[in-house]
Each structure stands twice: as structure tokens, then as C-alpha cells.
Design a binder for this molecule. Sequence first.
Ligand code: B16
Ligand code: MG
Length: 214
Amino acid sequence: EIKALLFDLDGVLVDTAVYHYQAWLRLAKTMGFIFTEKQNEELKGISRMDSLDKILRWGNVAKSDTEKQELATRKNDWYVELINKMTEEELLPGAVDFLKAAHKEGYQMALGSASKNTSIILKNTKIAHFFDAIVDGNSVSKSKPNPEVFLKGAELLNVKPNQCIVFEDAEAGIEAAKRGGMKAIGIGDKNILLRANKVVNGLNELTIKDLKEL
Ligand code: B16
Ligand code: MG
């Protein structure tokens, strides 16, 4: 029986990928190159440092570890400037209604995100109160597809992995849920999120009844 729902943040509840892209692109430009929105897709769900490594590879640029730390910090400062201005209007279609319905149904809920900036985003979009536990980039050491972020969430909620459904937009996130022994609902393209138990375009297409039929 499903008792808990674990939500990824970026791409499931809000679209922060556009802000990550703006900030990373600004950084790339300072190094003399650019990358496309399509390439930015590959950065979804992966950690800040892994993102930077990919971008440097795209630009054919080599940097020392110290330089990489500086670059990541600079990008994050720009990114934080952008998300500081976010409002609840930027929640994805159906997100709040779904969280409300799930809460009413009595499900326990946790956030499972790779981001170290979740608290700003949750505060600005006013959805922090829905979550009984928050696991994010500040509390995990292994990034998705490692299941750590979701297993910690289940542990904090005191439920077993097989009592959880994970909501994820990234392939690595679906993989993490599966490796953790959980069910997964993909938000996005079913040709990409192949391992999900079900795929929808957004939470607006999902009902509580769908969860029971999974
Ligand atoms: P930060 P999620 C992820 O969030 C993003 O999808 C990914 O693009 C980003 O690199 C990662 O968070 C780290 O974010 O730089 O804010 O710590 O999808 O796991 O909610
Ligand atoms: Mg995501």
C-alpha cells in the first residue's frame, strides 16, 4: 500500500531549468563559448559540479579544481539572483492542486531534489508547508541515479521504499527511484522516461485515483 509521495523539485513542481540555463550560459560566455537549450536538457537533475564538468567539456575548456569551485560559485550567485525573484506563479500547471489533493488524501510527502537552493524556491513559491520532510543537495552525498535522496526521504517519513511513489522529470531520477525499490511517475516524455511506471506531461494530467491504479 502506498503511504508516501516523494517529489523532485525542478521540472516537477517548478521550472527552474530556465534560470539554471541563463546563469550557466552567462558563465560560458565569460569563457568565450555558448551552448544550446537542447544541451541544457542534459543538465536536468544532475548536480552543480557534474553540470559544470559537462559544460567545460562542451566548450573544450580545462580548469583546475580551485577554478572550478570559483566558477560554480559565480554561477550560483547569478542563479540565486534569479530565483530570489520567483513567485508562486511559476509553479507548474496542476502542481499546487495535486499537492493539496494528495495532502487531503493523507499521503505523507517529502521533497527529493539535487539542488542546494531548495529552501529559497520553496519559500518564494509558498509550497514548503506541504512537505513532512525535505531532502536536498545539502543533505545527500551521492547524486541521482544513486537512490540516496529518495531512501533518506522514505527513512525520514518512516515508510518502506515499496510504500513510496517518486515523481521525477529526469531519467537519472527515475533510475534512482527504481534502484531504491520505489514506484516512479515520470513527468515528461515517455520515450525518454522508459523505466517509469507511468508518464504524464504534467501533474495537471494526474489524479489521486491514478496513484491507486499504479
Ligand atoms: P543547485 P532537481 C536539480 O534539481 C536541477 O535539475 C539541476 O539542473 C541542478 O544542477 C541541480 O538541481 C543542482 O542545483 O545548483 O541549485 O544546487 O531536479 O533535482 O530538483
Ligand atoms: Mg528534476
